[in-house]
Design a protein around this ligand. Sequence first.
Ligand SMILES: Nc1ncnc2c1ncn2[C@@H]1O[C@H](COP(=O)(O)OP(=O)(O)O)[C@@H](O)[C@H]1O
Ligand SMILES: [Mg+2]
Length: 356
Amino acid sequence: MINNENFSPELLDAIWQNQTTSVMLLDKNFTVVYANTSTSELLGLATKRLLKQPFDTLFNYHSIDLKRIAQFSLIDGVDCQQHRADVVFSDSRHAKVSVNSRRINFKGIAYILLECRQTDDEIKHDQASNQMHQYQAARNLIRGLAHEIKNPLGGIRGAAQLLQYEVDQQERNQCAELIIEQADRLRELVDRLLGPNQLPQKSYVNIHQALESVVKLSTLDNCTNIELKKDYDPSIPDVFIDQSKIQQVVLNIVRNAQQALIDGGEIKIKTRINHQHRRPGKAPKKALLIQISDNGPGIDHSIRETLFYPMITNKEGGSGLGLSIAQTLIDQHDGYIECDSWPGHTEFNIYLPFAD
Ligand SMILES: Nc1ncnc2c1ncn2[C@@H]1O[C@H](COP(=O)(O)OP(=O)(O)O)[C@@H](O)[C@H]1O
Ligand SMILES: [Mg+2]
């Protein structure tokens, strides 16, 4: 906190000049009225060469949407954000910047306060981290697969060897049975990996009835050390879904929560209507939200980034397919599933868009 006595315009100017974000003040014609040191560093232009210049002339190229800023920030007074705008500075350097604009009124005149932050490093870091996680997930997948294939394969080989020299018909039959059994196990594995392959059979469904069956199936009702809390919005209309598939999704998530709550705890199932559900790359839509949360230890850091990949598990004997199947089924409904977790809290949010 600033003590009032020390509060001076010099201090304010020092704060403004020392900000690592580029901050500019533009008038309504997008002419630079004021700019801090970071702006001149970012643009590679001395402050003197910035002031009174039209914004467009500061770059060789930029994709910052000035029309949108003029409409939203200047006229409507709404803050605007643009991520990953491309800019080419006058010295030909290229960068990606994230831009925030806000209107400020001073002595009856409206200005735009524009903040620009170079985000190349963050993007590169994200890409590198994504790549690493994908690599790890692929390795885990291969390791898990190798493990699951090797066992039945060993059995098949052993049985075939016995078969070669066995004369007793009963023994031969037993070997043949073993081979068939292990071959079936392999086929099941492949089927599981390929995921659900039938198209959803949709109908109008009362979501709360569907959820109640899941609760029964998961025997949560008579599980003593886990408390189940329901928070349903009774006004939710019927949704057009494949009931059994959505039940499968919820069951997979509830089972995980049960397994995480070894020392007991609480699982909450909540339903809501989300009027403006934002979907990546699509227009917002009215959606049903099913939220399943627990107060267990949280999702292990090492698998958080690849949680929905197949064969990601840290359970003894876990298949690591529950969430990957859930994701496939939700995709088939044009829905969206996400997870938020920290120690003491894990929540899965499932969004299912309502039919038009
Ligand atoms: N509610 C939860 N709390 C803590 N960890 C969880 C939770 N849900 C899922 N996980 C983690 O996610 C992993 C993947 O889950 P899943 O795909 O269902 O496979 P599996 O249950 O066979 O391990 C689990 O092994 C577990 O580590
Ligand atoms: Mg599971």
